[in-house]
Design a protein around this ligand. Structure first.
Ligand code: FES
Length: 73
């Protein structure tokens, strides 16, 4: 799972709130790489899916990733 602790360890301050895929606070654009997001926790809107956004708090990386992470609000 792409937890904030991983982001912090790599010097990235990523936003996080519910940590259950529901609030969308962490939504980030997946630029490159493969991920797995269980359908049972996929709370993304259709527009998010269409434009490649994921909720890192409930996403498992399957490869190295390149992401656009919003700044902490
Ligand atoms: S922190 Fe709420 S969807 Fe990720």
């Amino acid at each position: 799972m792409l937890r904030s602790s991983h982001s912090y360890k790599n010097g990235i301050a990523a936003p996080s709130h519910c940590r259950s895929g529901e609030c969308g606070w962490c939504h980030s654009r997946l630029v490159a790489g493969d991920v797995y997001m269980p359908t049972s926790v996929d709370g993304r809107r259709e527009a998010d899916k269409k434009f490649g956004y994921i909720h890192p708090c409930v996403t498992f990386p399957l490869s190295d990733l390149t992401m656009e992470v919003p700044t902490v609000r």
